[in-house]
Design a protein around this ligand. Sequence first.
Ligand code: UGA
Length: 422
Amino acid sequence: MAKIAVIGVGYVGLTTAVGLANLGHEVVGIDVDAEKINKLKNGTSPIFEKDLEKFLKIEIDKKSIKFSTNYEDTKTCDSIFLCLPTPQLSDGSADISYVIDAVKKLKDYLKPNSNLIIKSTVPVNTAKKIIDLIQDNSISVVSNPEFLREGNALADFFKPDRIVIGAQNQKAKEEVAKLYSSIDSEIIFTDNISAEIIKYASNSYLAIRLSFVNELAAYAENIGADATQILNAMGKDKRIGQHFLKPGPGWGGMCFPKDVNEFKSSAENMDQPIELLNAALLSNAKAHARIVNKAKKLLGNNLDNKNITVWGLAFKANTDDTRFSPAVSVVQLLIKEGCNLKAFDPVVKKVEELSMKIENSIEASIENSDLLIVLTEWDEFSKINPKSISAKFRQKNIIDSRNILDKKLWQDAGFNFLGNGS
Ligand code: UGA
């Protein structure tokens, strides 16, 4: 059992803190946001994440986790995890100021021979900057990137595909590996810089792959082929695999766009551009615009005053996160076209960037609608019987950007149906 502090209890930090407590460690979660800390002390998770609140309550009852706003509470800890945000700056690079500020605050409390573990996604050479900042050779700075998917974060914590541990010395690598010893996973030991790059390269590779999938779907659709069948056959090749082959309205969320941009700007700054990153970003913007073009295909070139309904605002299903959501980008493009928009999402009830009202029910969202666009792959959308709601529409048109609906069922209910890739 180790004494651990987790600095920053957002979605990565809270999942990490609760996960480590469940592995048998004594954890303190620290955050500057007093309101968030109060909620957590009462067993309420500030984020919508499967099973997280349930596990949080269990660990609070076991007294294996506590929460505080006071950095001094880290002073007895052997391992300190940094889980601060690294948002995107206007030039595309990642802002590490929250991480650096936290290290400055921690400096006075770091126990000799402890490990300072960077879990935040940080640009190359951040570990080195932190080593220079703390100026204490007894403290090891370890790069241990997270690979947690929102909506699946706890499951990913307990069953990771790999655990990456990068550090300058073997002792620190082994000590951090020991924290995870009850997890059955391959551990990859490396240096700090390689660990930092593994995170950017993984997210960027997946984003590039999805951009290819989305462009392939558009191409197949144009030529009269079926992208679902093409992708299924491609995925049977073990070198390709079936994961991350689903076309959509573009990829988004707090990680892919930010990480692709940071990786791109880092490569360009050293005069070693990775051209595919730029192509993936351009392709993603085209994926949003393609949905608007499809709407025009169904309703004519002038969308002014057309009643359009969107289902789904979250960047993917099983999360309430709308940051860099492709659904929000598509809505913004449709607003520019002058449409009257209504939206429904099972969990999202407000989006900062959108002034529009979000309807409380599926029925209210489709009242008098000329076109329904499905933008997030929520399960409940695929369970709807189109015949039971079709009378509410003014015109029966539907675009299924995620291919989650039964095309025949909707066509039988009288809808003009456009999927993605066929
Ligand atoms: C991503 C990575 O998958 C995690 O490994 C990583 O730890 C995390 O970023 C992070 O850096 O913190 P996440 O942003 O939660 O996780 O979302 P994903 O499940 O990867 O989905 C990203 C986007 O790709 C979503 O918009 C999703 O709808 C889209 N997507 C995914 C598709 O359009 N098609 C697919 O087949 C899969």
